[in-house]
Design a protein around this ligand. Structure first.
Ligand code: E4P
Length: 231
């Protein structure tokens, strides 16, 4: 895990992996830059149908928070399932979609100390309402706004301003990140967390100038004809 590398009162953006694929998650852990994982029913549908084992394994692999989404619909059942999910592991965060009928459930769960991530946030007012309930994460979706030709990044900007205005402790978790520009803007705006699909994180390592630079240094070193640096 990364060392604390920030001045007092400051924080570096956390990086979560947006996947339920255990092998991919395992492969990223040694990099030391992954702080958590977010899953959702669509991501789980691509994995082993033994959902409980998949989720338990992810909670073991990752030290940080792992968001697991409820799939029940009725508020009472959502509450019961949230409790069940929260008992799966210490690092579980229960993900609940934004909905008026779930606000009493979320309110009750936060009072009981259950960590909540409210998902499918598409407006500032939605975010304010769940911040008032003391949820741990608020997940504004960028890419799905872009899908309908609206610049989704503005929502992240608005939420950060609201967080600065009121000083609430809920973390802004930039979600539905589809490209490197979404990620760069989330960093510049100051989102607390970005959840990133592993395929996108891979792209960061494929910068042509970095790759060319590595090849050039290697070619020049070989010109010296030495076996080791200090021979
Ligand atoms: C994460 O919490 C979200 O479920 C995820 O980022 C959604 O991304 P998508 O809009 O690309 O499906």
């Amino acid at each position: 895990m990364e060392k604390e590398n920030v001045k007092k009162g400051k924080k570096l953006m956390k990086i979560f992996l947006d996947t339920a694929n255990r092998e991919l998650i395992k492969s990223w852990i040694p990099t030391g830059v992954i702080n958590g994982v977010t899953t959702n029913p669509s991501l789980l549908s691509k994995e082993d149908p033994d959902v409980k084992s998949v989720l338990k394994d992810i909670c073991d692999i990752v030290k940080g928070d792992v968001s697991i989404e409820v799939v029940e619909k009725e508020p009472e059942k959502v509450y019961k399932q949230a409790i069940q999910i929260s008992k799966l592991a210490k690092n579980v965060v229960v993900k609940i979609p934004f909905s008026r009928e779930y606000l009493p459930v979320i309110s009750q769960l936060t009072k009981e100390g259950v960590k909540i991530n409210v998902t499918l946030i598409f407006s500032l007012v939605q975010a304010l309402l769940v911040a008032k309930l003391g949820v741990k994460y608020i997940s504004p979706f960028i890419g799905r706004w872009d899908d309908i030709d609206v610049d989704g990044i503005n929502l992240i900007q608005d939420l950060v301003i609201m967080q600065e205005n009121y000083g609430f402790e809920s973390k802004i978790l930039a979600a539905s990140i589809r490209n490197v520009i979404h990620l760069q803007k989330s960093i510049l705006i100051g989102a607390d967390v970005a959840t990133i699909p592993p395929t996108l994180l891979d792209k960061v390592f494929n910068h042509p100038l970095t790759l060319q630079g590595i090849d050039k240094f290697d070619a020049d070193w070989k010109k010296l004809g030495k076996k080791n640096l200090f021979d």
